[in-house]
Design a protein. Sequence first.
Length: 248
Amino acid sequence: MNLLIINADDFGYGPGLNHAILDSYQLGVLTSTTLMANMPGFDQAVAMAKENPGLGIGVHLVLTCGTPILKTGSSITTDQGDFKKISFYEEHFEIDPDELYKEWHAQIDRVFAAGLTPDHLDSHHHVDMLPAIQPVYERLAREFGLPVRRNYEVPSDIKSPAHLDDAFDHLGLTKAIWKPMTTRNLIEDVHACGSVEAMCHPGYVDAELNSRSSLTTNRVYTARELQRPEYKVMMKNEGITLGRFSDL
């Protein structure tokens, strides 16, 4: 199968992102999203997911945004109880892997407890790529039997999309152009590899997004492009199936 999974990160971040992700699924080519279990829009996102069972739902494991679900640790939080920022992980760092395991396990458990069955794992800010964190991430993938994003050399016993150079496509959408599709790079990757995840960040800008994220305006253009009807026709004509991680 020539499978393309177009996956939106940050479901559950807040209303603006939730509505943009849902619109991009209902009106466009988005097929999958990953849910942040610790963010203010979680309950709304769960309700949306239940009303749209064709939308693939993964768990977007969080370590660098908001506050943890568990309040028992200290190596991954500030004195105020918030997760440490991504800058903490950009240099040498030390955290308690058992603390991280318990927190991420709790995030996955919360998604299941909400009545959803996730079909994959990935992580916010790609912290799963860090060598010190990969063992925890891979342990959880094996325990729950879930595929993961191929943004590093994933072990062969963990399912993930295939891709050239063990990478994945990032749909870098801007105001004027959707480069991967208009240059056919993405289509060529799918034909060459058989299955590809294309990550994207659709969103409508609201107060929640503005107050927390540095990625704002471009999300609007991403949402607009994802909702253009011609892409569904393009993929069908190319023999590409728009699907979910459960289709792997």
